[in-house]
Design a protein around this ligand. Structure first.
Ligand code: NI
Length: 165
């Protein structure tokens, strides 16, 4: 959890950039790549990242933008643009509407008490979790995966090194 706004701001900016790198790599064709035939697709996971940031308004934050509609767009560029808009709205809302003390305030979410600092941390972890799922589907869809927390198979090769298997 976060005790200071600055901790969230630094991490959210870094994590937003990583998510933007992933979303910018998606193609319209890749959005239909399923986990398995009856489960979520790469496009649905990408759109879930947009709508779940929108869900942070549950914490009493007023976001300047909200995703339009609930259905998954069939344009990768549209998803990437919606994500950038809402991710920056969340950052701006936290910076302009909260102070460090707001992070220890609690909200009841689905019957449980959540500290705001813990909710923001959850948002970062939740996003990283789904981004990890997406990179597997991106491989299956034949896309190159950007470097996130470390080198990719291709970036090892570019450096003339033996990729870790
Ligand atoms: Ni989720």
């Amino acid at each position: 959890m976060y005790a200071k706004l600055e901790q969230f701001v630094t991490e959210w900016e870094q994590e937003t950039r990583m998510t933007e790198d992933v979303l910018k790599t998606l193609t319209d064709e890749s959005l239909t790549q399923p986990i398995r035939s009856d489960r979520r697709t790469l496009g649905a996971l990408a759109w879930h990242l947009v709508t779940s940031v929108g869900f942070m308004s549950t914490l009493g934050l007023e976001l300047e933008t909200q995703p339009k509609g609930t259905s998954v767009p069939d344009s990768a560029a549209e998803i990437a643009e919606a994500y950038s808009g809402i991710a920056h709205s969340l950052l701006h809302a936290v910076q302009s509407q909260w102070d460090d003390k707001s992070l220890s305030a609690t909200q009841t979410i689905m019957g449980e008490e959540w500290g705001n600092g813990a909710s923001l941390h959850f948002a970062v972890m939740h996003q990283a979790h789904h981004r990890g799922q997406m990179t597997v589907l991106m491989r299956q869809a034949g896309l190159l995966v950007p470097e996130l927390y470390g080198p990719t198979y291709e970036s090892w090769l570019e450096k003339g090194m033996e990729p870790l298997l």
